[in-house]
Design a protein around this ligand. Structure first.
Ligand SMILES: Cc1cc2nc3c(=O)[nH]c(=O)nc-3n(C[C@H](O)[C@H](O)[C@H](O)COP(=O)(O)O)c2cc1C
Length: 169
């Protein structure tokens, strides 16, 4: 079985998932594991399974990953990713459905794994500033709490669940 693990990760959360997935395969099986920006996607060899990862950008996959997905046909595709907001299965399901939408239908879609991923400190600073300006805004306080909860993710439990998900496939 030949496998590619390709992802877009800015701050390392999605990269950690990608490397964890690759660790489950032998080095002979892994044709490529890395950032989409570090490879020439037109030169990637064809493989049996594509593990494609993205961080969540405004509720969707990042553009480069969307474009790459649309170039894959008649293959098996697994999606994985991280998002800043956690604690809601419903939110995860909404994202998964949105992500799946970018997989051309002539592929065999094998599923999507998502977990929470920490966000940069600048996001917290922005929330604090906004709370100062709008002290009664409950949504902002929930967002600040979520920021703190995200700080430890992806954690060991997330990675364990990811491994189980991949083994299940
Ligand atoms: C510009 C920008 C937009 C984001 N939009 C969302 C979003 O819509 N929903 C969400 O849950 N997280 C969002 N996030 C949070 C990231 O998806 C999250 O921190 C992710 O784990 C980062 O992954 P990386 O470390 O692989 O880059 C956003 C982050 C940035 C920088």
């Amino acid at each position: 079985m030949r496998v590619i693990v390709l992802y877009d990760s800015i701050t390392g959360n999605t990269e950690l998932l990608g490397k964890t997935i690759a660790s489950l395969f032998s080095s002979q099986d892994i044709v490529y594991c890395g950032q989409i920006r570090d490879c020439n996607i037109n030169e990637l060899p064809k493989v049996d399974i594509y593990f494609i990862g993205s961080w969540t950008n405004r509720g969707d996959l990042v553009l480069g990953i969307k474009k790459f997905l649309q170039s894959i046909h008649h293959k098996k595709i697994v999606l994985f990713g991280t998002c800043g907001f956690g604690g809601s299965l419903e939110y995860f399901e909404t994202l998964k459905n949105r992500f799946k939408h970018w997989v051309p239908e002539d592929n065999e879609y094998l599923g999507c794994f998502l977990c929470q991923g920490k966000m940069p400190l600048s996001v917290k600073e922005r929330y604090i500033k906004m709370i100062q300006d709008h002290p009664d805004d409950k949504k902002l306080k929930v967002s600040l709490k979520n920021f703190e909860e995200a700080l430890t993710h992806p954690d060991n439990q997330d990675l364990q669940q990811l491994k189980e998900f991949v083994r299940g496939i």
